[in-house]
Design a protein around this ligand. Sequence first.
Ligand code: NI
Length: 191
Amino acid sequence: MIEPVKALNIDFNLATGLSTTRESTKRQLSRMKGMYYDEQAFDEKVAKENDPLIYEFYELEVPQTEGDILFGTSIVYPGKVGNEYYMTKGHFHTILETGEVYYCLSGNGYMLMENPEGDWQIEKFAPGQAVYVPPRYAHRSINTGDQPLVTFFSFRADAGHDYGTIETKGYRKLVVEKDGNTEVIDNPKWA
Ligand code: NI
């Protein structure tokens, strides 16, 4: 007989996204070398601002079968590298045909998505807005506001993460501030 998986209950703060009972995974700026297009601004920020925390998220110990669902919160802090907003690395799922849902709990920003075929899409995050990431799309959360961008996510637990493709190729598009507005531009470094 198969041992039943235990139900569980986890707290996530609606404003901060943080849990008092779990440990988050933290991404400081130095871990994102090559992701921001302004390399000089990147190096200066790492050195002068003591390698700031850009985002954190939860990797929970849920069984990783196709019937299980992985979930947690992601918190992107406000700030910019040059004129490019703080963001997550972004990833494809190893099982490319995997969709994902993100629900914005607090803060403001965007979900930037692109697929291997070259299509890209962007959707707005605001408290109470859910964003559906379709299968095949890499996804990156971008904080364009002045408060932490907090989202709750869930997807099939065996889908896995492919960060390497983004780390080597980059994203086709970038989200930057220009004259006080948010703009999507072509990534000059896209390979
Ligand atoms: Ni994902």
